[in-house]
Ligand binder design. Structure first.
Ligand code: ADP
Ligand code: MG
Length: 263
């Protein structure tokens, strides 16, 4: 399996091919309706360790809904979501614990405007996941250093550029060392000049082996950074494969039409 990314040493089974690797995430027949409207009509796919999967599709195709289901912000109507060996759709599980295993960054409004960068980054770890303050500050300092933002620890969000704010939001999402990072159109609200620094950070995370599910309209980035594309259309997976297969070689007229908007 030539697509198996460089192992960081903790996944020996990954070398034996994707069929025996334990997926980080497994979606099995996910259905989600709002009222009479079924937005997700049976979505199934896996994400392997260290894999970067780009979730693409027209606006309204259910990308955010799917991510909110994975993050337990929405309850599925049917199907299972496995995070490692845990079925997180099982109502008996500890939801906070499951959420601490997933990092999430949204399009906007990620940081609390009345709190410093340091407080923003440490808040959930302390309040939700009950970390000791010292441990949270230590971890946050380490993460801010890694992204070159340690000098901004006491700054407030409005003193940062939008790109810096999103990088801080990514750092916050990494606080609890999540097994999976969900990135939902994290550059869509940014000034085009600031998109690059955020995407560069995603590339760095990929190189470090982070497992990522991202929705994006940055098609050249998806082409370059994703190991696999999952294309949603009308509530189902219309196509799935390598970026080259789905974005360049698909013979499906609807798929070709969709990607033609981004050229
Ligand atoms: P995408 O992220 O791909 O643009 P969304 O997941 O945001 O798509 O939306 C998918 C569909 O579900 C849209 O038709 C949207 O209007 C609908 N939808 C999303 N959230 C809600 C909600 N909370 N209540 C009702 N309808 C919703
Ligand atoms: Mg969305």
């Amino acid at each position: 399996d030539s697509s198996t990314p460089t192992s960081l040493g903790q996944q020996p089974s990954a070398h034996m091919g994707s069929s025996v690797a334990n997926p980080v995430l497994r979606l099995d027949g996910i259905r989600k309706s709002y009222g009479e409207t079924e937005v997700l009509k049976g979505i199934s796919f896996d994400i392997q360790p260290h894999e970067v999967v780009a979730l693409l599709g027209p606006s309204g195709s259910g990308k955010s809904t799917l991510m909110r289901c994975v993050n337990l912000l929405e309850r599925v109507n049917d199907g299972q979501i496995w995070l490692g060996d845990t079925d997180i759709t099982d109502p008996r599980i500890n939801q906070d614990k499951a959420r601490s295993r997933i990092g999430v960054v949204f399009q906007q409004f990620n940081l609390f405007p009345h709190m410093s960068v340091m407080r923003n980054v440490t808040l959930a770890a302390i309040k939700v996941h009950h970390w000791q303050k010292d441990r949270a500050y230590e971890r946050a300092t380490e993460l801010l250093e890694r992204i070159g933002m340690q000098a901004k620890a006491d700054a407030y969000p409005d003193q940062l550029s939008g790109g810096q704010q999103q990088r801080v939001a990514i750092a916050r999402a990494l606080m609890t060392n999540p097994e999976l990072l969900l990135l939902d159109e994290i550059t869509s609200a940014l000034d085009p000049m600031l998109v690059g620094e955020v995407l560069d950070m995603v590339t760095e995370l990929k190189e470090q082996g982070t497992t990522i599910l991202m929705a994006t309209h940055e098609m050249s980035f998806a082409h370059e950074a994703a190991d696999r594309i999952v294309l949603l259309r009308n509530g189902v997976i219309a196509e799935q494969g390598t970026p080259h297969e789905v974005m360049d070689e698909s013979q499906n007229p609807l798929t070709k039409e969709f990607f033609s908007h981004f050229r």
